[in-house]
Design a protein around this ligand. Structure first.
Ligand code: FES
Ligand SMILES: [Fe+2]
Length: 346
């Protein structure tokens, strides 16, 4: 039974990962893929296995618009069709490899690992902050030795902040306990909202914005299979944070592309954008976010080790799991529907 949702758009990389003429080998959902950009700028994603003798195509290189295998020089176009065999004229009709739909949007490269005819680029979640001059942002790619759903759980339940992240975005535990949390289904996913009125500012907020007194803080999480957007931030108390007047405050807009690599390893493509455009502040926010997410990575990897010792041992839910459980149930339903179309007898 597949443990992945195949029919979904996943982040495969950042646009800046691939200059014209470059190739990258990455595994998504247990399948090895070569990503490339041709000399003219066209993106491609092919099964990373030459049809001739199974050499990884990611070991080859671009020859103009074609990718050339490193072993005997077979060339493929971005649809995966072999266009040249240097040693002969005739090209067998079976000489083709699987190609995956790819699309560049909002500075990320998105890939569809499922049935190609179901892929619709209009379904790719938008993240306009990557193009908006009102925001400054940086992106990263972590490889996490943990299951992808552990990362979704982590991001859907921010009550871990005071424990795991006291030095950056944490803050006083009592503030987090008192936070009213609303979790509900949205049109295409789940949303979680938490408000922390009149609370002490955590260290990153002070470093970025120089808050001197208590703040009205918010955390707004949108889950859309399979990425999350998390808007956190604060304004000085009573200055409109909860009435939609936030421009004068401090915002951190997180993008979290969560792409399973294998059942036990995950690509984490994240970016952090802020509305404070001063160069030093952007650096501080990005560096503190990277530290924060490294703390999460360490947690996920330790969870995975314990889960591996005893995969079927029970886990008990608490109230703050509401949002994460909505996401898990939505994913389960989607995966169940996918399995039903693939094997009606199952
Ligand atoms: S294995 Fe690729 S050309 Fe022979
Ligand atoms: Fe965290």
């Amino acid at each position: 039974m597949s443990m992945f949702l195949n029919n979904a758009w996943y982040v495969a990389g950042w646009s800046s990962d691939l200059a014209p003429g470059q190739t990258i080998g990455r595994k998504f959902l247990g399948q090895s893929v070569v990503l490339f950009r041709t000399q003219s700028g066209v993106l491609g994603a092919l099964e990373d296995r030459c049809i001739h003798r199974a050499m990884p195509l990611s070991q080859g290189h671009m020859a103009g618009e074609m990718i050339r295998c490193a072993y005997h020089g077979l060339e493929y176009d971005s649809a995966g069709v072999c266009t040249r065999i240097p040693s002969q004229e005739r090209i067998p009709s079976k000489a083709r490899v699987r190609s995956y739909p790819v699309q560049e949007q909002d500075a990320a490269i998105w890939i569809w690992m499922g049935e190609a005819e179901r892929a619709d680029v209009a379904d790719i979640p938008r993240h306009a902050m990557h193009q908006d001059p009102a925001w400054a942002w940086r992106g990263e790619h972590f490889k996490v030795a943990g299951n992808w759903q552990l990362l979704i759980d982590n991001l859907m339940d921010l009550s871990h902040l005071p424990y795991i992240h006291p030095h950056t975005i944490g803050g006083d535990p009592d503030t987090h306990f008192r936070a009213k949390t609303v979790a509900e289904r949205s049109d295409n996913g789940v949303v979680v909202r938490r408000h922390m009125p009149n609370s002490p500012p955590p260290p990153t907020y002070v470093a970025a914005k120089g808050f001197q007194g208590p703040i009205d803080r918010w955390q707004e999480i949108e889950f859309m299979p399979v990425m999350l957007r998390i808007h956190t931030g604060a304004c000085d108390v009573g200055t409109g944070a909860y009435e939609g007047r936030r421009e004068h405050g401090f915002s951190m807009m997180g993008f979290h592309g969560i792409t399973p690599e294998t059942e036990k390893t995950t690509h984490y493509f994240w970016s952090m954008a802020t509305n404070i455009l001063t160069p030093g502040v952007v650096d501080t926010v990005f560096e503190q976010t990277a530290l924060t997410f490294k703390e999460d990575q360490a947690v996920l990897e330790q969870q995975q080790l314990r889960i591996d010792e005893n995969p079927l041992a029970p886990l008990v839910d608490i109230g703050t799991d509401a949002g994460g459980n909505f996401a898990r149930r939505q994913l389960e339903a989607l995966m169940r529907a996918e399995r039903a179309t693939l094997s009606p007898a199952a």
